[in-house]
Design a protein around this ligand. Structure first.
Ligand code: NOJ
Length: 671
């Protein structure tokens, strides 16, 4: 009898649940993560579209709206009926050519819903949900159909209706150019219109992060608080106000949410990468991560100029000296900015005359690249466009072909101008199309891209692995000239958990000299030990050591920069508190060694480092670079202590971080 009841009661529940969810108006269509913990339910209520999200029975999102409004008041979010649904499962592991981990498991369950309008043009729309163990993504698909061909999106109605209001880390959309903002931390209702990634602390040590994946021919998604628990999508518009021009068949980017149990899951989630297409580049032998230096920081410090004249930085002689130093210290490239004609006067207004193939007379590109080659170094090219995207796009083949002829394999692109072509946003559909065109064209010439002033990254590097790194961050250059004196020490304890979720960042750490002779009120607000730690915490497959050779010569701490890789076997975050401190550990791809970066905000603190990520039954020599006696970002940034210790995975070691300080450790496995 007991057995019978045990079988009957769940069956009854199932029938009641199914009946409840099958009422004509609101039948629900569920899909769950492979481990069954995250559950999404889709439903159409009186023809309007909604989805909700649970994790382990706990509501994360209540019914949240889906759909579109086209231009001319044409709504595409009601009167829908569900034609059919399809479910599928997927589980494959793929390898990244470079990245924060070698292997990426792509393991999800998919639900595809086929919809049709019941009135008017009877147009079709499909929605695809993919649920992973650490979150989900969904996208809209406009299939080929007789009554929808060319259309214009005036609004995407996607919403996130949370079960409760939480605190979130964010940067504003629209207000501060190029995403070069300091993060804010507020409740939902105090948020502006914000960019994604948006990182939410749910108050129980868990995290949610909303972003998007595979932004290919669409506008960037921003979010605004519709009320204290609902965040609604706001697409970056074209200058005429239209959000997106589309022609069916057409798909939108994926809207993604990481649902993380802890900070490690938040940072190591691969949902964004998994929702991009596999590589379009088959032969990737020319795509190589590396470490570079450049004629750059000294320009920002105004010791040199981009333009010609007595302080011109990009001279043949100067570049050769950089090449000598880079070669002697195991770097792969030297960036040179300002070698090409067009920087004189206010270069930010010179977009149409910045020349991509003509050198200033004191820079001989042939001599420089021949010399670099003889030393095993490559010149890193530079295309500053001052935002004149169309002008640049018209010359792309020429410009990349020119560099290719000189053996250049990396080009840093730049778009300093709040509007592209003086009118379009950096993250509207115009910009998205332009940046993609650049990456695809660069690939034809075997050129890797470091894109400054880009659209916020969305994982395109899976498809185009020559898109190495991007800015979209308030980089260390601000510490040379920002009117507020430079970024506060807690900036670096926030952005790895916010902008960092969108992919590699060309933050340019590596300052060893903290005095700025031209602008005494600015400085890099860290210690040297923290600068070292940033090489581990901030991921970039092309990582710049930004200071001048003279500041590295003879400094012991420079050994850490020389040894730290730029592509990793795996990454773990043993501990962090956003805005206060962060500990990142990463295993080298080409050895058994690990590297660790620990950073703090303006407060000194002791951190306990749990070494359980190291191989069991192995011993490592830890080469520890920590803040020296009396170190302090303000008064004594250069005091660094070096020590070696034998450690193993059972240990918890203590490190003391100075105000604005850090600690960098290289764990070398003993044979
Ligand atoms: C802004 C970039 O972020 C910086 O790295 C570059 O030096 C200047 N533009 C000039 O292109």
């Amino acid at each position: 009898m007991k057995l019978l009841l045990r079988q009957i009661i769940p069956a009854l529940f199932f029938i009641v649940f199914t009946l409840m969810s099958c009422t004509a108006e609101s039948k629900t269509y569920p899909v769950s993560s492979p481990d069954g913990k995250i559950a999404i339910q889709f439903k159409a209520v009186k023809g309007e579209l909604f989805y909700s999200v649970h994790k382990e029975g706990k509501q994360i999102l209540f019914d949240s709206r889906l759909g579109f409004t086209f231009t001319k008041g044409d709504t595409f979010n009601k009167n829908f009926k569900i034609l059919k649904t399809e479910t599928s499962v997927f589980d494959k592991t793929w390898e990244q050519p470079w990245g924060e981990s070698r292997e990426v498991r792509n393991d999800y369950k998919e639900l595809k819903i086929f919809l049709q309008e019941t009135k008017g043009h009877k147009r079709y729309l499909n929605i695809i949900f993919r649920v992973f163990n650490d979150g989900y993504g969904f996208r809209y698909e406009f299939p080929e159909q007789p009554n929808l061909k060319d259309f214009e999106i005036a609004k995407e109605n996607t919403e996130f209706h949370f079960a409760k209001q939480s605190n979130a880390w964010w940067i504003p959309a629209y207000k501060e150019a190029y995403y070069e903002s300091l993060a804010r931390y507020t409740t939902f209702s105090k948020m502006d219109t914000v960019c994604t990634p948006l990182t939410i602390e749910t108050g129980d040590g868990k995290y949610l992060a909303i972003h998007e994946a595979n932004l290919t021919d669409y506008a960037k998604m921003n979010l605004y608080p519709k009320d204290s628990v609902t965040l609604a999508c706001d697409l970056s518009p074209w200058s005429n106000g239209i959000k997106v021009y589309a022609t069916a068949p057409f798909v939108t980017p994926w809207r993604t949410m990481i649902i993380a149990e802890n900070i490690n899951e938040l940072v190591t989630s691969n949902i964004m990468l998994n929702l991009n297409e596999p590589s379009e580049i088959i032969d990737m032998s020319w795509i190589k991560p590396g470490r570079y230096m450049g004629i750059w920081w000294e320009i920002h410090l105004e010791k040199y100029t981009w333009s010609s004249g007595p302080k011109h930085g990009a001279t043949t002689t100067n570049t050769k000296a950089y090449i000598d130093f880079a070669a002697a210290n195991g770097f792969s490239g030297v960036l040179v900015e300002g070698w090409n004609v067009g920087w004189d006067g206010d270069w930010t207004k010179n977009g149409l005359s910045l020349d991509f193939t003509k050198a200033y007379p004191d820079f001989d590109i042939k001599e420089v690249t021949d010399y670099a080659k003889s030393k095993g170094i490559e010149l890193i090219g530079h295309h500053e466009t001052a935002g004149m995207a169309t002008h640049y796009q018209d010359q792309l083949d020429n410009a990349f072909g020119f560099y290719q002829g000189y053996g250049v394999h990396v080009v840093k692109t730049g778009y300093v101008n709040p509007k592209l072509d003086n009118k379009e946003l950096h993250d509207g559909q115009f910009a998205v199309r332009h940046y993609r065109k650049v990456v695809e064209t660069a690939a034809k010439y075997h050129i890797m891209i470091d894109n400054h002033e880009p659209v916020m990254p969305t994982g395109i590097q899976r498809t185009w692995p020559n898109l190495m790194t991007q800015e979209a961050i308030r980089g260390q250059e601000y510490d040379a000239w920002a009117t507020d004196g430079g970024s506060p020490p807690d900036h670096t304890t926030v952005f790895p958990f916010l902008r960092g979720l969108a992919g590699p960042m060309d933050f340019t750490p590596g300052t060893f000299n903290f005095e700025n002779p031209t602008r005494k009120d600015t400085r890099v607000r860290t210690t040297i030990a923290k600068q070292l730690a940033l090489f581990v915490v901030v991921y970039s497959p092309l990582q710049m050591a930004s200071d001048a050779p003279e500041n590295y010569r003879g400094v012991r701490a420079f050994d850490f920069i020389k040894s730290v890789p730029t592509t990793w076997e795996k990454t773990v975050i043993p501990d962090a508190k956003i805005g206060d401190y962060a500990i990142f550990a990463r295993k080298d791809r080409n050895s058994e060694n690990w590297f660790m970066g620990c950073i703090t905000d303006e407060n000194a603190r002791e951190l306990s480092l749990n070494l359980s990520f190291l191989d069991k039954n192995a011993t490592y020599i830890a080469h520890i670079y920590s803040d020296g006696e009396g170190a302090n970002w303000k008064t004594n940034p250069t005091a660094v202590k070096y020590e070696e210790k034998e450690v193993n995975s059972m240990q918890i070691i203590q490190v003391a971080l100075a105000p604005g300080g850090g600690c960098a450790i290289h764990y070398v496995k003993k044979k």
